[in-house]
Design a protein around this ligand. Structure first.
Ligand SMILES: *[C@@H]1O[C@H](CO)[C@@H](O)[C@H](O)[C@H]1NC(C)=O
Ligand SMILES: *[C@@H]1O[C@H](CO)[C@@H](O)[C@H](O)[C@H]1NC(C)=O
Length: 993
């Protein structure tokens, strides 16, 4: 490692005329005189002539001064104290945008989560006021100086009475490109697709800023979710994908990518090296992700990295040697150019400790490789991103000699690849117990940037403390990025990136009421922001009335045992419940909901002051009521379960993902494999069916971890089709996806009596435009709809499955479930349905899945009795087909779900990926929060139970024998509750979790 103490080498210090030690007084005086004369010369003449005068034999290049300054600069690391003192002196932000309407804001009476750690280790939360002027936080706390407020031009001051509302720093993200922000734009288009380069594994000379689009709808969506800054990385499929940049998501007057970057390195648009300015951190992405496999295996990758760093070290040594000579005045004619190397300069800076390196590395083996690399070459690692296995090897993470990296994680999105297979929802809490820094992050397309705060909420639910959950998306990422001196915390003199929430930010559904970046209000959108996609009116101005019932963080269930099991079993704890055949008594029950034929019924509700008792024998509820109603007879063996005011309600159903049809999406050997895309290839003759219709039931695999996890989180049944999640597979523009099946998520194999609930559920097709990056021909939408029309008209013989099932669908015997996002395609399908009904005389049961743009056709859908299954409550435009999203608060008052329910459309909710099935309970909580005005709690519960069944035509779940789920400490709608048991009358037992 180059020493930071390399002296500031300046010519005078190295003058060859320095006096020797053993001179007489007289000689010394003469020498001093001589020196004085020379010194005067130096003052009067430029450097090169000075050397000419002084010693005609020594060659000194014309730009010696500059070279020496450069030599000094290359070894100066960014320094927190210098950087912060530079900023602390500001009264006007260096990011102040004179082209914008710059206002000052005084927030009064707020609850301020500062993100600053007190001496006791807790994060400071203040009650009081916050003043923002000229882009910076001028004062905050109980008694802010009045003269500061008086200084502000009153015409430019907005006062916001917060009434106790929560105020936090703007959220910051460490994101990979998949986050869609800027690089992989929303909606993605080929002409805008600057995700990663295919030109090799090692590309440290590429810069994500060169592909950063400043006009991206995703910025606004992220902003509305309180996200104010993001690290933009490119190239997770390269070992070194390129230089990363941290940007603020505010539109600037200049409109350039550079003007969005926080502390841009001076080299970006300057010749030279920012003379005199303190050096700032640079950022680099290294990756060990699965996708780097295109360049070889792990050993190949490590060799590419080592040889790259070897090259960089060679360049660094050349530079150091050159500078040492220059510093000593030993110039050589012809060797007077600083040995610059544009290709390797980034890695040289990594070696010099001037770069925050983010490593997208998940598995222990990768973490180990990277730590060894960093130790071999002596550079620090800032962050391990998506480090699924970090919690299993905390000491390994700690093993980097150059400082401990932070760990950036997703909460529940695991098991979709080998590298995430051991990922755990308990990882944040486990890592925190080892004192590692936790950052929660997102990962498109599964978790979009709108859901950053949701990731923190779930991390909290599964055991992270309130403080750490909030810092995981504010100060921890900004510190990891080396920007902790200006953002991520609320402190005097810092950038005014501030969010005000309508309730405690960790409450499900809590929404920003205001968002500021650099003291400029971004949310609510003002009319004069003009360029916005959403032309809604402004939100509440001046006085904020927070939701008084949600001002505290929700209760936190205890998952201590699960956490310990996860560690003990190396990330793969057994997930099966413990069947209890004896009598089980649930105490302190607040509510019991059961299933009617077409409704969720309220069987028992406790009085205000007294919770009830539920007695279960052989998996059947024999009594639910007050202690007086349900007498527990003595002698039998009884298991007592205290629900602490919790509830019992029907097991949930999931739809939309290939749950039960694959274990690890990215591992072909764990999936069903590819279907024939009958519009692209001829289905083999031996198949004897032109449409290549298949049944999911034939490929079901039980006992998968996805299914077991689903069961543990209350999803007791699933309807799955063979449709691969859109976008991830080459074959995903197939149209016909066969016949779905409905099964129990708890069964061990398909021959168990209750394993398969319904062999054949519905017929599935997908109508979509070509993928944005399609190579070669793609089936047109017109061809797809024409094919569908012919099949429904009955042109195929019913002797074959294609003819048979499409006839069944045309007659309404089974539902036709169409995955479709675009309103125009939906309109065509509604017309098609009318045609088919007229022709066949049947009543088709058509259901749209995904249906992002369905809100545009709510009335028409209702009139045509077409149902909708939404797979995202926080949509983003992941394809062009989905571009007209209705985002919901704070951008729009309404949501797609609300509009559909209000219009009388039958709606269900589902997910796209098997690992997301565990989200169902959080989805219902979000839906409940979004739709208080449109639906009752039981109606919302129907979204993942009876509505879904009705839409998909699931008939096998009998009201009397259906599974029930017991929640401890709340209901499905609270983050505070935990699922502790499944009551199964069919199996005659209670499954204890
Ligand atoms: C400050 O907020 C609290 C909590 O909402 C409220 O009770 C109180 O009246 C407010 N005080 C002022 C001065 O507005
Ligand atoms: C470089 O870009 C920044 C930000 O846009 C700007 O403030 C600065 O003046 C630019 N420097 C030069 C030399 O153009």
């Amino acid at each position: 490692m180059p020493s930071e103490k390399t002296p500031a080498i300046l010519p005078s210090e190295y003058s060859p005329l320095r006096p020797a030690r053993t001179f007489s007084r007289k000689t010394l005086t003469v020498l001093w005189l001589l020196l004085f004369v020379l010194w005067t010369y130096d003052r009067l003449l430029p450097l090169d002539s000075w050397s000419a005068v002084k010693s005609p034999n020594v060659y000194v290049p014309a730009n010696a001064q500059e070279i020496l300054q450069k030599c000094n600069a290359i070894n100066t690391r960014p320094d927190l104290t210098t950087l912060s003192s530079f900023l602390q002196k500001r009264t006007v932000s260096d990011r102040y945008d004179p082209g914008m309407r710059n206002m000052s804001y005084l927030i009064t009476n707020a609850t301020i989560f500062t993100g600053v750690k007190d001496d006791d280790g807790n994060v400071q939360t203040l009650t009081g006021d916050l003043l923002m002027t000229n882009g910076i936080i001028r004062a905050l706390g109980e008694d802010i100086p009045r003269d500061l407020v008086m200084e502000v031009d009153p015409r430019k001051l907005t006062v916001i009475r917060a009434n106790g509302s929560w105020v936090t720093p703007g959220l910051g993200m460490i994101v990979d490109v998949n986050s869609q922000l800027g690089i992989f734009s929303s909606p993605p288009l080929r002409g805008k697709h600057d995700l990663d380069s295919r030109k090799g594994p090692i590309l440290p000379w590429l810069r994500s800023i060169d592909g950063l689009h400043t006009r991206d709808n995703a910025f606004e969506l992220a902003l509305a979710a309180g996200v104010t800054s993001a690290q933009i990385l490119a190239g997770t499929s390269n070992s070194i994908g390129g230089q990363a940049f941290v940007i603020k998501l505010r539109r600037t007057t200049e409109g350039s990518a550079l003007s969005m970057v926080v502390d841009p390195p001076y080299e970006l648009n300057t010749t030279g090296f920012g003379k005199g300015k303190p050096p700032v951190w640079r950022h680099l992405l290294q990756s060990c992700s699965d996708e780097t496999r295109r360049y070889g295996n792990r050993m190949d990758m490590m060799w590419s990295l080592r040889s790259a760093y070897h090259e960089a070290r060679r360049v660094m040594k050349l530079q150091d040697a050159f500078c040492a000579k220059a510093g000593a005045g030993l110039w050589e004619p012809g060797v007077d150019d600083f040995p610059e190397n544009l290709q390797w300069e980034m890695l040289v800076d990594v070696l010099r400790g001037k770069v925050k390196v983010t490593n997208d590395c998940s598995e222990a083996v990768d973490i180990d490789n990277m730590v060894r690399l960093s130790n071999e070459f002596g550079f620090p690692i800032a962050t391990f991103l998506h480090a699924s296995e970090a919690y299993l090897v905390p000491s390994l993470v700690n093993g980097s000699l150059e400082g401990t990296p932070a760990v950036a994680l997703l909460s529940t999105n695991h098991r979709h690849s080998r590298e995430s297979y051991r990922g755990s929802e308990f990882a944040p809490a486990i890592l925190a117990s080892h004192n590692l820094s936790i950052i929660m992050t997102t990962d498109q397309p599964v978790i979009n940037s709108r859901e950053l705060i949701d990731e923190a909420r779930k991390a909290y639910h599964f055991g992270l403390t309130t403080d750490l959950a909030l810092t995981s998306v504010t100060s921890t990422p900004s510190n990891a990025l080396g920007l902790g001196y200006r953002m991520g915390v609320l402190q005097e003199g810092y950038d005014a990136d501030v969010v005000m929430w309508d309730s405690h930010p960790l409450q499900i559904g809590a929404t920003p009421v205001y968002v500021w970046i650099d003291g400029m209000k971004q949310i609510p959108l003002t009319k004069d922001s003009g360029r916005s996609t959403y032309s809604t009116g402004t939100g509440p101005e001046q006085v904020v009335e927070p939701d008084k019932t949600r001002m505290e963080a929700p209760g936190q269930p205890s998952y201590e045992k699960e956490r310990q099991d996860t560690v003990d079993w190396d990330g793969l704890p057994p997930l099966k419940g413990r069947g209890e055949g004896n009598r089980v008594v649930f105490r302190n029950v607040k509510e019991v909901w059961t299933r009617g034929r077409n409704s969720i019924d309220e069987s028992f509700v406790a009085d205000e002051d007294e919770f009830g008792i539920v007695i279960v024998e052989q998996g059947r509820i024999i009594c639910a009521g007050s202690a007086d109603d349900c007498i527990i007879s003595g002698d039998e063996r009884t298991v007592d379960v205290d629900l602490h005011g919790g509830s019992i309600s029907p097991g949930l159903l999931t739809f939309g993902s290939p749950l039960g049809l694959e274990e690890i999406a990215s591992e072909p050997s764990t999936t069903d494999g590819r279907l024939f895309n009958s519009l692209a290839v001829d289905v083999p003759f031996v198949f004897h069916d032109v449409g290549g219709i298949v049944r999911a039931v034939d490929a079901l695999m039980f006992d998968s971890r996805h299914a077991r996890m689903a069961y543990r989180l209350g999803v007791t049944a699933a309807t799955s089709s063979l449709a691969k999640p859109h976008r991830l597979y080459e074959s995903d523009d197939s149209m016909i996806w066969g016949i779905s099946t409905t099964f129990s998520t708890n069964a061990a194999h398909g021959l168990e009596p209750e394993a398969i609930i319904q062999t054949e559920t519905a017929l599935h097709v997908r109508i979509t435009r070509p993928r944005f990056d399609v190579r070669g021909p793609a089936t047109s939408v017109s061809t797809q709809i024409a094919t569908l029309r012919r099949l429904l008209y009955g042109w195929e013989s019913r002797d074959k499955d294609t003819g048979l099932y499409f006839r069944k669908a045309a007659e309404g015997v089974i539902p036709l479930v169409v995955e479709v996002h675009n309103a125009d395609i939906m309109a065509s399908l509604i017309m098609l349905r009318a045609e088919v009904d007229a022709k066949i005389g049947g009543q088709m049961r058509m259901v749209f899945v995904g249906a992002t743009e369905a809100w545009l056709l709510a009335k028409e859908l209702s009139r045509a009795r077409v149902g909708v299954i939404l797979t995202s409550l926080k949509p983003v435009a992941a394809t062009w087909d989905q571009r007209r999203i209705l985002p919901g608060l704070p951008l729009t008052n309404q949501t797609t779900l609300g509009i559909l329910l209000d219009s009388g459309v039958v709606v269900g909710v589902g997910v796209n990926h098997p690992q997301m099935v565990t989200e169902t309970r959080f989805q219902l909580a979000q839906a409940y929060h979004d739709c208080v005005s449109s639906a009752t709690a039981r109606e919302v519960y129907g979204l993942a139970t009876i509505n879904l069944e009705q839409l998909l035509g699931v008939k096998g779940i009998e009201p009397e024998s259906a599974d029930l789920v017991a929640f401890d400490g709340g209901s499905v709608f609270n983050l505070s509750s935990k699922i502790v048991a499944v009551v199964s009358s069919q199996r005659g037992l209670v499954d204890m979790m």
